[in-house]
Structure formats: structure tokens, C-alpha cells
Design a protein around this ligand. Structure first.
Ligand code: FS2
Ligand code: SF4
Length: 554
């Protein structure tokens, strides 16, 4: 195996950067890692024929959606089930071959020469796991490292990982009933480019920015999906302590799963708690209308061993981040959608019966805890509804600077950076936050400025579109460029959705982004030089010093 797609990738003197032994730091074993590479390779093959077929007017929605789902399963902390990948690779071959037939048929009908793409488009996967594992040399991300060098491998990786993030966001929009043909076309074109294993750095850099631009469209689609289905976020308090009674905990990012669960439990007396990235559910009118959406339990994903063990009910993982279930709760955790762990029951087709039975069998909370809460719901609608107040506060000098402190959380000790940073922000500054990284500081009371809270929770990492819209609206109000605003981006990355978000910010021309807690392993020293020279990317330093520099730049 070779994998360096996430922030916690292994670093060793002998092997350099990347998880390369029997098991990755995340718990993914070498077999699953290799099958995930073959899965990604298979998806590229589908994209090659989807692109050709689309050019002749033939589209295949099942194939478009499979590309999203297939890539989503390979994100960090999503699916650890090797057998599932054997099934998915076989399914991918069928879909690809169907598209090839459709393409060749259309070409004959339209009297155009038939093209025969190479690589993943013509790969014949073995039908059993042992055979597939012998084929992994086709698909490893570092397979031609000795020939093309680490910079080209790193650029391909950045583009691919960004596309994985795009696929996850796009799949979330799809399950809510929102999709877009132009997005499918651009994703397939980008995958086709990667399938051809380019060696031109300029081309790959352009490809990375295109992935960022696609992601902007996708996040817009997801924002429309979330607000279209559940209403615009509203500011309010989300309870963070337990209430007596039977309970189900929902983690991940999938709001449709949460909605379906709320419907299926509304007459059962079971309380539903959110965990991790599901916290913003408490801001959506259609979700918070269910009185048994009782509160949020716990914090970010890396604390799940302790928090899930202590939770006296059923647990549902709807997307990343899953880590190895412990014996203390293995009999009451369930996966859904793209998520999987060997031996953990998978809930199919939005049917949560098994989890409901699990919650009934578990003890539940035996008493009410003292009520505590955090504020949620500062998406773009909420913030922009008081845009005039915000602008006035900036003009009067009451607000001197904005910080977007957003992204993923993780277990690295360096992540205290974000707690220290937010704690030290001056009283005349406002912090917008999003993603699971917020748990480092979202319980702090930073007070308010002229009635505007100093800490504004915009939502999930999936809601980055909202934060970007707030920045663009402020730039419009002040008649300046987005880089001229008194605004600093402090981005914490962990997995591939954060790569997609970073590429989106770069594609918008946003400069001076602070990136941490450590740089991605695929950003080689030469790539870092390019990113620093072109985009003034700033690797994290010491929180107080970075804060002072950011404030000095306003
Ligand atoms: Fe957090 Fe994990 Fe949100 Fe990432 S729950 S690191 O996948 O997507 O952020
Ligand atoms: Fe290592 Fe991260 Fe890949 Fe897991 S996802 S194998 S931790 S780089």
C-alpha cells in the first residue's frame, strides 16, 4: 500500500511520507488500501467512456452517480470493508462496459471514428480479491514515482484528492435530489485527464484549479440542496447535554439520513442526538421542528472511542469520519451510505429499523443532565440578514478584522493552534467557523460586538459555500476585492474535502491562506514554493505570531 491522502499520514526516516506498511494510521489495512486504489482506477475508466459518450450526446445518470459514490467510499475514514470494494469494482466494470457499448454504438450511428482510450478504460479486473491484489501495480498513486518524480505524483495526488472531496459533496447534494449535468461533465473530464497520467506540471496545476472551480459549483448545489430541503439556517441554541430516555446518536454529514431517521422515530419516544459534523442540523427549520431532535452529544470525530462508548444508545455513521469501532459499542453502531466496517451492520435504503431496535434494547440516559448549549445557525442567510449592521460596525471601527477559522479536526497535538488562535483574537474581531475543527473552541463565550456575536458557526465543512458568499457580499458592500477585505483564512485540513475547499479558495484567487496544522504530504517542497509564490500560502507557525501578522496586514 501507499497512501498519503490525509493529514495523519505516516512519516518515517526510512520511507519518507506516506502510509506504506500493513496498516495506515487511520486503521485501513493494506488490502483495503490497495482495493481502494483499484476502485479509484475503475472510476477513472468509467469517466473515460462517460466523457466520450457525452460528447456524442449519450449520458448515463447511474454511471455519473456511481462515480461520485465510488470515489466517496475511498475518502479517509469512510469505508474499511475490503469485500465491499471487490463488489464495487465488479459493478464499476459493468457500468464502464455498458458505457463503452453505448459510446461505440453512438459513434457508428453518427459516423464518427471510434476512439479507444487506454489505461483504466481497458483494464480487466480480476473477479476475486486475491486476483485483484495482484493487479494493484496498475493503480498505485506512486507507481511511476521513479520515472516522473515526486512533484508530478504530488500534483496528480492533489488533483485526485480534490476530486474525491468534490465527489463527496456532490453525492450529498445528489441524495437530497440536486444534481447538475455540467458538474458531471467537468468531473468526468478531470478524471479522464488523470486517467491519461499526465506529466506536465502546468497542465496538472491548471487541473487542480479546475477541480477547485468545479467544487465551487458543487458547494453551491449542496447549499441549494440543504436550504431547499430543510430551509435556510436560523440562529439558535443547540442543547449539548443529555435528556433522560432512549437515544440514537447520528454522526457524519448526511442531513437526508437524519431527516429519514427523525421521521421513522417520531412516535417511538427515542431522542435523536447529533454528533460531530451533524451539529448544524439544529439550525435547519424543517429538522429542528422535530421535538425529539434533542441536542448534540460529544465533539469531533477523533474523540469517538470515548464518546461512543459512553453513549447509552444506538449510533449511526452516515459518512466520514469513522474509526475502528471498539468492543464496548460494536454491537450498537451501524453504518449507512458510503460508510463501512467489516462486521458492522449496514443500513440500506434509508431504513433505520435496526438502529431503532438497537436503541430500544440499550439502556438510554437514566437522568437529565444540567442544560447547556452552543449557538448554531450563522449560515449566509443569517449573517447577511444583518449585513448593514456588520458594515456599519466595520465603518465605525467596532469590528477591525474577520477570521475564517474552518476545516477539519484531528488528533494531532498541533491542532491546539486553533484553540489558542481563537482565544487570542482581539475583542474587536469576529470569528466565522465551520467544519468539525470548531469543536476546538465552539464552547467559548467570545461576547458580541454591537449585538453581533463574535463567534459565528456557519455550519459543516459542507457549508464552505456559505462562508465564501459572506466574504464576497462584504467585498461587494465595501466595493473592494475579496483580498482587500480585513479578513484572514485559517484553514485546518485533515481529509480530501478540505483539499477540495483549499483548491476552491485558490481558484477564486484568494491569497494569504494560513494552512495547517501540518502541510499535506503530497505538497512537495517545489509545490510549496509554487503555492507560496502564486498564492502566498502560509504554513502554520506559532498561533500568536500568525495572529499578529494577520492583523498587521489589514
Ligand atoms: Fe471532520 Fe471528518 Fe467534515 Fe472532514 S468529520 S475531518 O471528514 O468532512 O471535517
Ligand atoms: Fe494513512 Fe491517511 Fe491514507 Fe489512512 S487515509 S492510510 S492515515 S494517509
Amino acid at each position: 500500500m501507499f497512501c498519503y491522502q490525509c493529514e495523519q499520514t505516516a512519516h518515517s526516516k526510512k520511507n519518507g511520507i506516506g502510509c506504506q506498511t500493513a496498516q495506515g494510521v487511520c486503521g485501513k489495512d493494506a488490502t483495503t488500501a490497495d482495493l481502494q486504489d483499484l476502485m479509484t482506477y475503475s472510476v477513472k475508466g468509467i469517466a473515460q467512456y462517460a466523457k466520450l459518450a457525452r460528447e456524442l450526446g449519450h449520458t448515463d445518470n447511474e454511471a455519473d452517480v456511481f462515480i461520485l459514490y465510488g470515489l466517496f467510499t475511498t475518502l479517509t475514514n469512510v469505508n474499511f470493508n475490503a469485500d465491499r470494494f471487490v463488489e464495487l469494482i465488479a459493478e464499476a466494470k459493468q457500468i464502464r462496459d455498458r458505457l463503452r457499448e453505448a459510446y461505440e454504438h453512438a459513434a457508428v450511428e453518427q459516423n464518427v471514428p471510434i476512439e479507444t482510450p487506454e489505461g483504466p478504460a481497458v483494464w480487466e479486473p480480476a473477479t476475486v480479491k486475491a486476483g485483484l491484489l495482484l493487479q494493484v501495480e496498475h493503480a498505485a498513486i506512486d507507481k511511476d514515482l521513479d520515472i516522473v518524480g515526486e512533484d508530478i505524483v504530488g500534483l496528480r495526488a492533489m488533483m485526485l484528492y480534490g476530486l474525491k472531496g468534490v465527489a463527496a459533496y456532490c453525492y450529498h447534494a445528489h441524495v437530497l435530489g440536486y444534481q447538475n449535468e455540467e458538474v458531471f461533465e467537468r468531473i468526468e473530464k478531470a478524471l479522464d485527464l488523470l486517467a491519461n497520467e499526465p506529466t506536465d506540471a502546468e497542465l496538472l496545476l491548471g487541473g487542480c484549479l479546475e477541480v477547485g472551480a468545479i467544487n465551487l459549483k458543487v458547494m453551491e448545489l449542496l447549499d441549494a440542496a440543504n436550504t431547499g430541503q430543510f430551509g435556510a439556517q436560523e440562529a439558535g441554541a443547540a442543547r449539548t447535554t443529555a435528556v433522560k430516555g432512549k437515544a440514537i446518536l447520528v454522526s457524519g454529514h448526511d442531513m437526508q439520513d437524519l431527516y429519514d431517521l427523525l421521521e421513522q422515530t417520531k412516535d417511538t419516544g427515542i431522542n435523536i442526538y447529533t454528533h460531530g459534523e451533524m451539529l448544524p442540523a439544529h439550525a435547519y427549520p424543517k429538522l429542528k421542528a422535530y421535538p425529539h431532535l434533542i441536542g448534540n452529544y460529544g465533539t469531533a470525530w477523533q474523540n469517538q472511542h470515548m464518546e461512543f462508548a459512553a453513549f447509552p444508545g444506538a449510533i449511526i455513521m452516515t459518512s466520514n469520519c469513522l474509526i475502528e469501532p471498539q468492543d464496548s459499542y460494536k454491537d450498537r453502531i451501524f453504518t449507512a451510505g458510503p460508510v463501512g466496517w467489516p462486521g458492522v451492520p449496514h443500513l440500506e435504503h434509508g431504513d433505520f429499523t435496526l438502529a431503532i431496535e438497537g436503541a430500544k434494547a440499550a439502556e438510554g440516559f437514566t437522568e437529565d443532565e444540567e442544560e447547556k448549549s452552543v449557538m448554531v445557525g450563522f449560515g449566509r442567510h443569517t449573517v447577511l440578514s444583518v449585513a448593514d449592521k456588520v458594515v456599519e460596525a466595520v465603518k465605525s471601527g467596532d469590528i477591525s478584522h474577520f477570521f475564517v477559522v474552518g476545516g477539519c479536526d484531528g488528533a494531532a497535538p498541533g491542532r491546539n493552534y486553533y484553540t489558542e488562535l481563537v482565544e487570542q483574537t482581539p475583542d474587536d474581531t469576529v470569528v466565522l467557523t465551520l467544519g468539525c475543527g470548531k469543536y476546538r473552541f465552539n464552547d467559548q463565550d467570545l461576547g458580541d460586538i454591537a449585538g453581533i456575536p463574535r463567534l459565528l458557526d456557519v455550519g459543516q465543512c459542507n457549508d464552505t459555500y456559505s462562508a465564501i458568499q459572506i466574504a464576497l457580499a462584504l467585498a461587494k458592500e465595501f466595493d473592494c476585492g475579496v483580498n482587500d477585505l480585513p479578513l484572514s483564512y485559517m484553514v485546518s485540513w485533515f481529509e480530501q474535502k478540505a483539499v477540495a475547499v483549499l483548491l476552491s479558495l485558490l481558484s477564486l484567487g484568494i491569497k494569504g491562506i494560513h494552512l495547517g496544522p501540518t502541510l499535506p504530504g503530497f505538497i512537495t517542497p517545489n509545490l510549496l514554493n509554487i503555492l507560496v509564490e502564486t498564492f502566498d500560502i502560509k504554513p502554520n507557525g506559532v498561533a500568536s505570531e500568525d495572529l499578529a501578522k494577520a492583523l498587521a496586514q489589514q
